[in-house]
Design a protein around this ligand. Sequence first.
Ligand code: TYD
Length: 139
Amino acid sequence: MRIDKCRIINFPRIAEPRGNLSFIEEKNHIPFPIRRVYYLYDVPSGATRGGHAHKKCQQIIIALSGSFEVVLDDGERRKTFFLNRPFYGLYIPTGIWRELENFSSNSVALSIVSQLYDEADYIRDYETFKRQVKNGGWK
Ligand code: TYD
C-alpha cells in the first residue's frame, strides 16, 4: 500500500548536560534534494492545516517544538502520526493527502520539501485527489 511508504525517520541526537542537538543532512537523512524549508507557528488551538496532496512534492515534517497529529491518506487507507519530538521526521511521498491537527500551544511544524513553492503542484479538492488515485496517478 502507498500509505506504507510514509514513515518516521530518526535524526541523530547528541545529548549533553548542556542541551541536546540534532542535525539533518541531505543525502544521509533526507531521501530527496532539499529545495525549500517552511514552518508553521502561532497555530491557534483547534486549527487544521494541510488539507491537500501534492503531485510532485515530497516532504518531511518535524515537530520542532510542541506536538500535533498528521493524518495521512493515500486514497484507500488512512494513518495518523503523532509528532512530539524534534528528532523524528515524518516522510510523506508524493500523492498523499495530509491534514495537520491538534496543535499544542507553542508548537512549531518544520517542513523540508523537495520542490519550490508552486500552487500548480497542489491538489486541494479531496474528490479530485480520490479520482486521480483511482486513475493510477501515483502507481
Ligand atoms: P498551504 O500550503 O495551504 O498551508 P498548509 O498546507 O500548511 O495549511 O499555504 C498557505 C498559504 O501560504 C498559501 O497562500 C500559499 C502560501 N505558501 C507560500 O507562499 N509558500 C510556501 O512555501 C508555502 C508552504 C505556502
